[in-house]
Ligand binder design. Structure first.
Ligand code: 5GP
Length: 191
């Protein structure tokens, strides 16, 4: 698949909106021919995350090295001292497999991809039913400290304002329905 044929499917949302669950669901549907864009990050792995599957976990120094060499399509300091970015060679890897690329990235990163590859990108904003519900989900996940949760909630409030810049807003108040809608959107776009 070439740059012209390969599609980019971006899922962005405040964390706790359920976007990762939706992305994992789509990746299991072989007929959609998707592969996950593994981001590089300088944050530590948490829970069951696997290096080279969920993220490429690298040091802050290595991350800065990649920035200097212009190896990223986009990168950001999503949270203080925690860098995240999409390596150019990651997208090339997936297109070489003949697959479409699916991204689980933050709102600004998602819009940067959409602007860079406007022809072949579908950018979907997953909206939690409310900030209160999102906060409840983050607490239920039990992976973040209280301070981190507060930081994520504050960021989410800002991110909600960007929903209108995406191609589609998918409200996730019923997960099964959201999964079905996401499937239909991706199927139609990649056909
Ligand atoms: P988490 O630490 O919860 O895995 O991710 C924090 C945020 O960073 C999430 O919104 C996630 O989607 C976003 N993120 C993950 N990878 C990238 C990336 O490559 N670029 C950008 N801009 N954000 C990313």
């Amino acid at each position: 698949m070439t740059k012209k044929e390969g599609k980019l499917i971006v899922f962005s949302a405040p964390s706790g909106s359920g976007k990762t669950t939706i992305v994992h669901h789509l990746l299991k549907q072989d007929e959609l021919n998707l592969d996950f864009s593994i981001s590089a990050t300088s944050r530590n792995s948490r829970g069951e995350e696997i290096n080279g599957k969920d993220y490429y976990f690298i040091s802050a120094e290595e991350f800065k090295n990649h920035i200097e060499k212009d190896n990223f399509i986009e990168w950001e300091e999503v949270y203080t001292d925690n860098f995240y970015g999409t390596l150019k060679k990651e997208v090339e890897r997936i297109w070489e497999l003949g697959k479409h690329v699916i991204f689980d990235i933050d709102v600004i990163g998602g819009l940067n991809i959409k602007n860079k590859f406007s022809e072949n990108t579908l950018a979907i904003f997953v909206q939690p039913p409310s900030i209160e519900e999102m906060e409840r989900r983050l607490r239920g996940r039990k992976t973040d400290s209280e301070e981190k949760i507060k930081e994520r909630v504050a960021k989410a409030e800002k991110e909600m304002k960007y929903a209108k810049d995406f191609d589609v807003v998918l409200v996730n108040d019923d997960l099964d329905l959201a999964k079905k809608s996401a499937y239909n959107l991706v199927e139609k776009f990649t056909k």
